[in-house]
Design a protein around this ligand. Sequence first.
Ligand code: GDP
Length: 199
Amino acid sequence: MNKLNYQKAVFLLSIANLSQLPPDEGIEVAIVGRSNSGKSSVLNQLTQNKGLARVSKTPGRTQLINLFALDQNHRLADLPGYGYAKVPPSVKKNWQALLDGYLRSRECLRGLILVMDIRHPLKEFDRLMLEWCHQCDLSVHILLNKCDKMTQSAASKTLREVKKALTKYTNEMSVQIFSAMKGKGVKELRGQMDNWFME
Ligand code: GDP
C-alpha cells in the first residue's frame, strides 16, 4: 500500500454518543491530550492543515469525538481531553462514558496517540488514559510535546523517567520527544502511525 498522506485528512463528522460512529471498519488511530497539552498543534503539524484542529476547537465540539478521514479505510479520531479536575461532575460523567465506551468497544481502533506537555507529564488524566488502554490492551504512543521549552538533556531525562513509569504496563507503549511548534519528532510520529495504519 502507498504511504498515507496525512495532509489529505478531511473532516468527517462529530459524534456525541457511540451510536453515531461510522461502521466499525477499516483502521482508526485516535489522539487525545489534556487541554493545553498541544493536541491541536500536533494535529496541525501532522496534517499541515490548521482547519482540522479548528474544527475540534469549535465551541460545542470540544466535548465530542471528531473524526477525520485520510481515505476510505483510514481515519483519525480526535478525542475530547480535559484538564480533568476542573470539569463539572455531569460533564465528566458524559465524557467518561463516551471515551470509555469508545476505547473499549471500537474494534477498528488500532492505537492511541497521547499528547502530554513534557514539563508536566503523567498527570491524573494521562494516567487514567494509560490505565484504560492497559485494560483494553490498546497500543499507546506518547508525545512529550513542547520539548523546545527545555534543554535537550532535561528532555532526555524526562523521556527516561516516563519510559520507566511505563514498564508496569503490559500493552504496547512507546514514547518520544516532540515539539509541535518546531516540527521536531514529526517523522517518528508519522512512522508510528504508518505502522498502525498499514500493518
Ligand atoms: P490543546 O488545548 O491541547 O489543543 O493545545 P493547543 O494546540 O491549543 O496548544 C496550547 C498552547 O500551547 C498554545 O499556546 C500553543 O501555541 C502552545 N503549544 C503547543 N505546542 C507547542 C510546542 O511544541 N511548543 C511550545 N513552546 N508551545 C506549544
